[in-house]
Design a binder for this molecule. Structure first.
Ligand SMILES: *Cc1c(COP(=O)(O)O)cnc(C)c1O
Length: 388
């Protein structure tokens, strides 16, 4: 065990099952360990480094801002924050943005807005939020309550009340639950990430959106993992032809620095007033400058390339030996393997390819700009590991 690992085990809380690997540097989709061994990174820090490691344009935007001002708090205006808010609204069809620092916090914000809207508009008790089984919305006590997976709940009871869970894909059940309770919002991920990279049925999503609109129930889409180009559209809901009332996002938005955002649609753009919500670090100018440099490059041509690479992954892996199925959307991919997913990931790592898992699947979240040749090289390793 090297010194880093020893100190980590001694001083860092043991919440993570880390891989036995210490990464010291990288560029784009290639990273290197302390012995100089090269790895192709298909995890991008769990969908965070959207343009890979130390992307030149992003580094320049971040360092330029660092040299100007790194933080002033939300008591003052800073340019990157407003630029990013404008960019996000223009690309998403949403009206206003509240910035925070993580996915869970972005979800806390959309939950607060939904509750405030429900109670102000429909009356006392209209604070219930329906979420889906298998969903993942974060690890704060409230976003755990929103998460439709009991495994995450048990040790932390009692959780925040007011969340109802229903099976993904079963519209009549969702409708019934909404009709029998005082519901202010339905919250979903178009592709359940932590739940196993499962794309929701398009008909279910559209019917849910329509039902919500007709009944003045807010539609919240959690785009923390699926958003910011990951699914081959700026936001995944755009591929389902719906427009939510609230969107939460984080992970890939900042290209590697912590940043979360709650996007507020027309119905709710003025729900939050002075003092209703806040965040000391939220909208940090360095994080926002980095995010602008990433998101302003995500035009239609770029997203078309994301979809081409997605096609390449699905074509290469579907029907390959030892692979049962491939799921997901864009560059968010789940692979059901005959072998145990953890063993596949370990064998890939041995051969210089870093993959993730989600439930029982191997999960890929490569940088959105991964060069096709590098992607092909990594896929051939996955194919041979699964076939053995
Ligand atoms: C990762 C994730 C979260 C939580 O984000 P954090 O930044 O870890 O708080 C919430 N929702 C979804 C869909 C996620 O994938």
């Amino acid at each position: 065990m090297n010194q880093i690992v020893q100190n980590d085990k001694k001083y860092v809380a043991g919440t993570y099952a880390r891989f036995p690997l210490t990464i010291v540097r990288g560029k784009g989709s290639e990273v290197f360990d302390e012995n100089g061994k090269r790895y192709i990174d298909l995890g991008s820090g769990i969908g965070v480094t959207s343009f890979g490691i130390s992307d030149d344009t992003w580094v320049k935007a971040v360092t330029d801002q660092l040299n100007r001002v790194q933080h002033m708090s939300n008591l003052y205006y800073t340019e990157p924050c407003t630029r990013l808010a404008k960019l996000l609204c223009e690309k998403s069809g949403m009206k206003k943005v509240f910035f925070s620092n993580s996915g869970a916090e972005a979800n806390e914000c959309v939950i607060k807005v939904a509750r405030q809207y429900g109670v102000e508009k429909k009356g006392a008790g209209y604070h219930q939020i329906v979420t889906l089984n298998g969903s993942f919305h974060g690890r704060t006590v409230t976003t755990l309550a929103a998460t439709g997976q009991d495994v995450f709940h048990q040790k932390f009871l009692p959780l925040t009340e007011g969340f109802l869970h229903t099976p993904a894909g079963d519209f009549p059940a969702l409708k019934k639950l909404c009709e029998e309770n005082r519901v202010c919002a339905v919250m979903l991920e178009c592709v359940q990430g932590e739940g196993g990279v499962i794309k929701l049925d398009e008909d279910f999503v559209r019917k849910t959106a329509e039902f919500a609109r007709e009944n003045d129930i807010l539609l919240i889409v959690d785009e923390v993992q699926t958003g910011n180009g990951r699914c081959g559209a700026f936001y995944s809901y755009q591929r389902f032809g719906i427009q939510p009332d609230l969107v939460s996002t984080a992970k890939g938005i900042g290209g590697g620095l912590p940043l979360g955002a709650a996007l507020l649609g027309e119905k709710v753009e003025n729900v939050l007033g002075f003092g209703d919500h806040g965040s000391t670090f939220g909208g940090n100018p360095v994080c926002c400058a980095g995010a602008v440099s990433i998101l302003e490059r995500m035009d239609d041509a770029f997203l078309a390339e994301v979809n081409e690479k997605s096609d390449l992954i699905f074509r290469t892996l579907q029907n390959a030996k030892g692979i049962r199925s491939v799921s997901g959307l864009g560059l968010m991919v789940g692979i059901e393997t005959e072998k145990n997913a953890k063993d596949v990931v370990a064998a890939c790592m041995e051969r210089g390819v870093l993959c993730l898992t989600a439930k029982t699947k191997v999960r890929l979240l490569p940088a959105l700009n991964i060069p096709t040749e590098v992607l092909k090289e990594a896929l051939s390793v996955i194919v041979s590991v699964c076939a053995e």
